[in-house]
Design a protein around this ligand. Structure first.
Ligand code: ZN
Length: 403
């Protein structure tokens, strides 16, 4: 491709966003990092081109057909690699030491995952600790959903009164920490909450309405039924574990068809997230939904200590499973960058490579070969491709796995 046609490609692809420029002489100060010779993929604006990317002062500083190597204090050769926005994992458990929380940074460094969203490992009275020991101490970006769980097992306490009693404290704490708390996580399903699950969900609904918070719901085992859950969800709310094989799922187990209430929920703006985890991603369930044109809005790992050594491993492995099932690399990337970034309301432009966006970049490749992939029910498949991370840049710096 000639330089001129590449520029046209860049300009056309960037319609609606910042138009990439050829690096000119206007700016003499060196950039912190220049990434050269990579294939840039930025699904936020449909940008697909060979281009160079500069990162400076923790932000994306320039995307252009050529940025001279001498402009970078550090120069990274990305020949043969995709240069993408840093990956955003919408469902993780990274409150180390609390339940099955893991340390984020070591996996962030090797997985291209620069943003980690904890999906309800902490309660309202643990937000301060979450900020101080998890958000502030990690090199990667960390946000979270606070949980509203009926944690009391005291038979003398009315569970509904107990959970209602947590409502205001949870709402107030989440509101006071909107820079890191993205909403409320609630687990729906009889395996978690017994016969009160639907009532608890209504309390979570009321909480989110009163305090203007996003609701993230885990679906697992009925009751309640999918229809009852969908009815309580509003635009911007997120359903996680959408490709589970349990009774509280998005596909009718008898007919194999998507449930009408799920289609309606998507139409009104409810988001559907993968949330792989130890029990919630099944190849057949995913295939049935994908065959009906139902792609997830976001791909997330639901990584925690019990699955980090398999079957989850990390976000690129989960992405590889969706690639195996027929999603395109670009769609998979969209579901792991700009789409999940939309729930990170405190940080606009996250999940993109637009100039001025947070300086988060992943260097990825799609390897060919024969790779075993395992779902949550331990079904094995052999994939011909897998997504591999080569480098994570977060807040303008390379992430290096702590020794
Ligand atoms: Zn989870």
């Amino acid at each position: 491709m000639t330089r001129r046609s590449l520029l046209q490609t860049l300009g056309a692809a960037a319609a609606g966003g910042a138009v990439p420029q050829v690096s000119g002489q206007r700016r003499r100060r060196p950039y912190d990092i220049v990434i050269k010779n990579g294939e840039v993929r930025d699904p936020s604006r449909g940008l697909k081109a060979r281009a160079d990317v500069a990162v400076h002062d923790g932000k994306i500083a320039e995307v252009a057909s050529e940025i001279p190597a001498e402009r970078g204090r550090e120069v990274i050769d990305a020949k043969g690699l995709y240069v993408t926005p840093g990956l955003v994992d919408l469902h993780t458990h990274i409150v180390y030491g609390v339940r099955s929380g893991i340390e984020a940074d070591p996996i962030a460094a090797r997985s291209g995952t620069s943003t980690w969203i904890d999906a309800g490992t902490f309660a309202y009275d643990q937000i301060e600790g979450f900020r101080r020991f998890i958000v502030d101490r990690n090199q990667c970006r960390v946000f979270g959903f606070v949980y509203l769980y009926p944690a009391s097992r005291n038979p003398d306490i009315d569970p509904l009164k107990y959970v209602s009693g947590l409502m205001d404290a949870t709402g107030r704490a989440a509101s006071a920490n909107r820079d890191i708390v993205l909403g409320v996580k609630f687990q729906v399903g009889s395996n978690m909450n017994g016969r009160y699950s639907h009532d608890f969900l209504k309390i979570a609904r009321r909480l989110c309405d009163e305090y203007d918070l996003r609701l993230l719901v885990h679906i697992s085992t009925a009751p309640p039924e999918t229809e009852e859950v969908m009815k309580l969800l509003k635009p911007g709310d997120v359903v996680t574990h959408c490709f589970n094989e349990h009774t509280l799922g998005i596909v009718d187990r008898d007919t194999g068809k998507l449930k009408p209430s799920v289609k309606e929920a998507r139409l009104r703006g409810v988001l559907f997230d993968v949330g792989h985890g130890s029990g919630s991603f099944n190849f057949e369930s995913a295939r049935r939904a994908l065959d009906q044109g139902f792609l997830p809005d976001s791909i997330s790992s639901d990584i925690y200590s019990a699955n980090m050594n398999g079957p989850v491993f990390d976000l690129p492995t989960t992405m590889s499973k969706l690639l195996y099932l027929g999603m395109t690399f670009d769609d998979v990337l969209k579901c792991s960058t700009v789409n999940p970034a939309r729930v990170v309301t405190p940080l606009p432009k996250l999940g993109t490579l637009q100039v001025g966006a947070p300086g988060d970049v992943a260097l990825l490749s799609v390897e060919d070969g024969a790779f075993e992939l395992i779902d949550a029910q331990r079904n094995k498949v052999t994939a011909k491709q897998r997504i591999v991370s080569h480098l994570t840049i977060c807040k303008g710096k390379r992430l290096v796995a702590p020794v």
